[in-house]
Each structure stands twice: as C-alpha cells, then as structure tokens.
Design a protein around this ligand. Sequence first.
Ligand SMILES: Nc1ncnc2c1ncn2[C@@H]1O[C@H](COP(=O)(O)OP(=O)(O)O)[C@@H](O)[C@H]1O
Ligand SMILES: [Mg+2]
Length: 237
Amino acid sequence: MYVGELLKSLDRVPSGVPGLDDIIGGGFLPGRVYLVTGPPGSGKTTIGIQFLVEGAKNGEKGAFISLVENPKIIIQDMLRYNFGLLGYVKSKMITFHDLGSYLLRAEYKMSWTELFNAILKAINEEEIKRVVIDSFTSLEHLVKDSENKRWALGRFIRALQELEVTTIITAEMLQGDSYTDEHYLADGVIVIHHFMRNYQMIRALQVLKMRGVPHDSNLKRIHFTEDGIQVYPEAPF
Ligand SMILES: Nc1ncnc2c1ncn2[C@@H]1O[C@H](COP(=O)(O)OP(=O)(O)O)[C@@H](O)[C@H]1O
Ligand SMILES: [Mg+2]
C-alpha cells in the first residue's frame, strides 16, 4: 500500500445530516462501512436517504438497496422533505434496488453469502460512491445458515471496501437487544434512541463507535425538520 493511499483515508465523506459531521470529526471515512441502528420509526431510513442526497448533490452516485420495504413507498415517504429526491432518481444519481421482493420471491432460503452477492451485483456498477442497505431487520427468518453470518458479513464488508464505496447499513434495534455481528464488524455504529420522558417523546442520537476518528459519544438531541434529521450539539434533556 502506498502512502498516498493511506493519506486518502484522511479525506472525509460528509454525512448529509446537519450537525452529525461536527461530532464525528468532519464526516465518515471513505470506503468504510457504518451501521445506523435504532427502533422502528427512529429515522434510520431518513438518515440513509440524506446520506445519498448529499453525495448526489456533489456528483457522487448512490445506490439504495432495499431488503424489506418497497422502494416506491420509501421514495413517496421521502417526498415531504426538501431533498429533491425525485430529481436525483430521474437523473439516476440515486438508484433504488428492490432486493426485498427478490428475497421474498425466492422459492428456497438463500444463504448469507448468496444474499450478499446479490447486493454486490446490484452495486457493482461503475461510479457508485455511496451505498445504503436498508435494513438488516428480521432477515434471519429469510436466510439459512444463520451461524455463518459473521464470516459472510466479514467477507461482504471486505468486498465493499474493495469497491471503495462508503456504506451505511441500517438495522432495527429494540430496547435490550444485544450486540450483533454488524456492531462488531462495522467501522462505526450510530444508535438512534427514542424514549418517553414527562409524557414527551425524546429523540436522540449517539455515536457508539467510530474507528479512527475522535468522536463525542454523548447523547445528542435530534429533530425532524423539512430538511430531514438534524443533530444538535446538546444533550436531549
Ligand atoms: N416531523 C416529525 N416529527 C416527529 N417524527 C417524525 C417527523 N417526521 C417523521 N417522523 C418519524 O419518522 C419516522 C420515519 O422515519 P424512518 O426514517 O422511516 O424511520 P426508520 O427507518 O428508523 O423506521 C416516522 O414513523 C415518524 O415517527
Ligand atoms: Mg426504515
């Protein structure tokens, strides 16, 4: 490996989430894989779309791999934000890949390796710089050989790094869930929390892990705005 290549890793990939880059030292590291996890409705998909829109704004192509939901519904839900998503979809700066229907249609249970290969095939198109895989929820029921997951996932992450794409994987996390293979293998883990306090829903974000980057792991207040999720520098309460 050349020094130039190592220094390239000092570049940052802006997340597209206002306020987030400030607590992760300027942005994500290029070519790395990040996990965004949290309960249902916490904003994981929204953060994924913000990440792809930020790239598209700067001429970087992005791919959204949907493993569960219908991409049409995701696009519809995102139209109420000022992302200009439709324009990027039309110009193919952001492409949506419906692997969910493929997974559900398959007459046999595929292995993790087969699933990961299908994802790689979808993104193995030139020029893609940003990838979102949404979400790793409940796939255990659709996939066989669950015990091989960690190895298959490790190989998959290696393959993503070789493609030099920066990736966000989302995963549902319910309260009290233990850490999963994704937590151990990802280069960074961002957890979105929501909880009730004085009859009010408090939403917060926490950078649990961020390899190679000095970061602030305290809970930060987040808010849904017309521009998507925004992270504030202060505690949620
Ligand atoms: N203006 C808003 N105020 C509060 N919550 C909102 C607002 N807009 C969207 N949400 C929440 O965002 C959720 C959708 O976010 P999404 O990114 O799809 O979550 P996830 O992917 O984690 O399930 C909605 O279910 C809703 O709870
Ligand atoms: Mg979602």
